[in-house]
Design a protein around this ligand. Sequence first.
Ligand SMILES: [Zn+2]
Length: 124
Amino acid sequence: MHPIAGIVVVEPMKEADLDRFRRQLDRLASELRELEETSKPSVQPVSLDQASVGRLSRMDAMQAQQMAVETARRRREDLAKVAGALRRIDNGEYGICFACGEPIDIRRLAIAPTSTRCVSCADD
Ligand SMILES: [Zn+2]
C-alpha cells in the first residue's frame, strides 16, 4: 500500500444507487411530460372574444397566459435537465461535479437528482 498524498480516488457510484436515480429521473420525466399534456389548452393564444373569456378581464387572461407560457418554459428546461442526467447515467458521468470533478454528495442528489455541481461549486 502506497497512499499518495493529494490524489483523491473518485469512487464510482454503486450500481444500485445509479438504478435508484435512474428510476427517480424516469418518473420525473414522465410527470413533466404528463403535465405538459394536461396543461396544453392553457397555452393556446388568448381569445380576444370577451364572451369566451368569461368573467376574466382580457388583462387577467393575458397575465394567466404569460404565466402559463413561463411555466411551460420552465417545464421544458426541467425536462432537458432530467434528460441530461439520464444521459450522464448512461455515460457513467452521473454524480460527478462539472466544475471540480469531485463526486457530488449522494444526499444532495437525492434531493436534486439533476444536480451537475457539488455543494461547494453550486451557484444556486
Ligand atoms: Zn464541485
